[in-house]
Design a protein around this ligand. Structure first.
Ligand code: SF4
Length: 177
């Protein structure tokens, strides 16, 4: 039986959802027999590949780069999993939403700078007016709340998807858990 092609990526998140994924510990070895990680911050692949079976996406869509990424992911994956509260609701990244982008940049790079105040002109993705949840831009197949979702929850999601089912997470996780 061929292995499922699984991708993980983060947009505007803290990487905590990925840390939770790693917390599956020895169950990762079991999963390694069933999946190939074809793209992830955890592996050395720079280009999102085609024909991905499952993509787990952490974080909100906050920048033009995030938007470009999620459109590409959606175009090349069969099942898209919105992983964690930032992906599902925009959560922490959305705390900047009441403010204008220029005021956010000013706060981060000028008002609170102790050295060389000034917003960087290179290597910083252009922020969109607000941080928004993934489903506002692309269709999402599975929502996994939690900040972060537990390793048990992520394991359940992956094993049920791999078995061809649709995970019922009602008793497994909740927002902010
Ligand atoms: S949901 Fe929580 S753990 Fe996951 S990226 Fe957002 S803040 Fe971090």
């Amino acid at each position: 039986m061929s292995k499922a092609r699984v991708a993980t990526l983060w947009l505007d998140g803290c990487s905590g959802c990925h840390m939770s994924l790693l917390d599956m510990d020895e169950r990762l070895l079991e999963l390694a027999g069933k999946i190939d990680i074809v793209f992830s911050p955890l592996v050395d692949n720079k280009e999102f590949p085609e024909n991905v079976d499952v993509a787990l996406v952490e974080g909100a869509v906050s920048s033009e780069e995030d938007l470009e990424k999620i459109l590409k992911v959606r175009a090349h994956c069969r099942l898209l999993v919105s992983l964690g509260d930032c992906a599902v609701t925009a959560n922490i990244p959305s705390m900047r939403n009441p403010f204008k982008v220029k005021d956010v940049m000013n706060r981060a790079y000028v008002e609170t700078a102790t050295l060389n105040p000034g917003a960087p002109r290179e290597s910083v993705p252009t922020l969109r007016p607000q941080a928004r949840p993934i489903h506002e831009f692309v269709n999402v197949d599975v929502y996994v709340p939690g900040c972060p979702p537990s390793a048990d929850t992520i394991y359940t999601v992956l094993t049920e998807i791999l078995a061809g089912g649709c995970p019922d997470l009602s008793a497994k996780t909740r927002f902010g858990a």
